[in-house]
Design a protein around this ligand. Structure first.
Ligand SMILES: *Cc1c(COP(=O)(O)O)cnc(C)c1O
Length: 371
């Protein structure tokens, strides 16, 4: 029995990647916004729903540079139910993350809890489309508009998601994507950011190249966060297969939903009727009272049959950063509860059906033993 992890990166056939990179040996143009990354930027546009996009070395840098491109200061309201990158980006830019509780239905930031956290120092809201669940964007926009705040979405989980027929990159002042190996679409490492305002996009593009605006002037003090041509080539290869991979993921999603339907105390991931999903994750919620076993019991039982899941997102980011940064202490009971009961199950394009069966059988056996 081979080990199964929550995800497994998509890779094109070896020869296809070799064909894609061959001309790099002739041009010797292997980084600094070359042909491949320009081509990738164009190919991404229909998926993102906007042509105001830049590609980056990874998703984390996209968030940091978006914060810098808007010139934000002070506090940013965000969610504790996310990957550490979200809060780290805020802190590394010299700002303070203020953690807002999440909506128990979508697990994304709860717009009803945002206004109580706004202070004169608040400059932006940084919600996360966690597991590809789309944030309550209309409500968030309304609050942001009223208080003159920027909205930057951490859309690392949401590439290829659509909302009411529009690509998810078309919403907010900015949306940041990750093309890391573990995401639905990868360029080995990579990322992108979309903007509403072309001026901010221009600034962002300069910042990711040390801030260089032209040969004799800077547009800010930037790091090096450019995507190289080998990564862009991988992105081009993987993008041409994405539609097919999403279809395969959808079949796994359906198999899980069928096999795990109507188990007391086991909640399946939310489905939003306005959204086209990307099937990036399959997180279940376990209520130990009704299910008869805890999330940690399920985690351990799966491990004994060589299924290695990860407790995403536990602990909460607000707890993880505590030894290193003194963020305001806010109560986030909904996030805490979900963080303690969530377990994302393996899902990826080539996950064998018999592995899905083994996972579901193991989970169902735990439940049967308990009742
Ligand atoms: C993956 C991820 C990031 C960071 O993206 P990288 O490409 O790994 O730098 C940021 N936020 C969330 C929610 C993520 O899952």
């Amino acid at each position: 029995m081979s080990k199964t992890y929550v995800t497994r990166p998509a890779l094109p056939p070896y020869e296809e990647y070799c064909r894609e990179i061959r001309d790099l040996w002739e041009s010797r143009f292997i980084t600094n916004m070359g042909k491949k990354s320009r081509k990738l930027k164009e190919a991404l546009q229909p998926w993102l729903g906007t042509d105001l996009v830049e590609v980056t070395v990874n998703g984390h840098s996209a968030i940091e540079l978006a914060i810098q491109a808007f010139g934000l200061r002070g506090e940013i309201i965000t969610t504790p139910f996310t990957f550490v990158s979200t809060a780290n980006a805020i802190i590394r830019c010299g700002l303070t993350p203020v953690f807002c509780d999440i909506d128990p239905e979508t697990w994304t930031i709860d717009p009803g809890k945002i206004e109580a956290l706004i202070t004169p120092k608040t400059s932006a809201i940084l919600p996360v489309h966690v597991f590809g669940n789309v944030c309550r964007m209309e409500d968030i926009q309304e609050i942001a508009g009223r208080h003159h705040l920027k909205v930057i979405y951490d859309a690392a989980h949401a590439f290829a998601v659509q909302w009411n027929g529009r690509g998810i990159g078309a919403f907010g002042d900015a949306s940041c994507f990750s093309f890391h190996a573990t995401k639905v679409f990868n360029s080995v490492e990579g990322g992108a950011a979309c903007f509403r305002d072309p001026e901010v996009l221009r600034r962002f593009s300069h910042l990711q190249n040390f801030g260089i605006a032209d040969a004799e002037a800077l547009d800010g003090i930037g790091p090096n966060a450019k995507m190289n041509e080998f990564a862009a080539a991988m992105g081009l290869c993987n993008l041409s297969r994405l539609q097919e991979n999403l279809r395969l993921r959808e079949a796994i999603d359906e198999a899980y939903r069928e096999k795990l339907a109507s188990v007391p105390g086991l909640r399946l991931p939310p489905v939003q009727p306005q959204a086209v999903r990307n099937f990036g994750y399959f997180p279940i919620l376990l209520d130990p009272e009704r299910f008869g076993a805890t999330r940690d019991d399920v985690f351990s039982a799966l491990k004994t049959v060589d299924i290695h899941t990860r407790k995403y997102f536990y602990p909460l980011v607000s707890d993880l950063i505590r030894p290193f940064f003194d963020a305001p202490r806010t109560e986030t009971p909904a996030a805490r509860k979900i963080s303690e009961s969530v377990l994302p199950l393996p899902i990826y394009q080539d996950l064998p059906e018999e592995t899905v069966d083994r996972i579901c059988d193991t989970i169902l056996a735990l439940h049967r033993r308990a009742v």
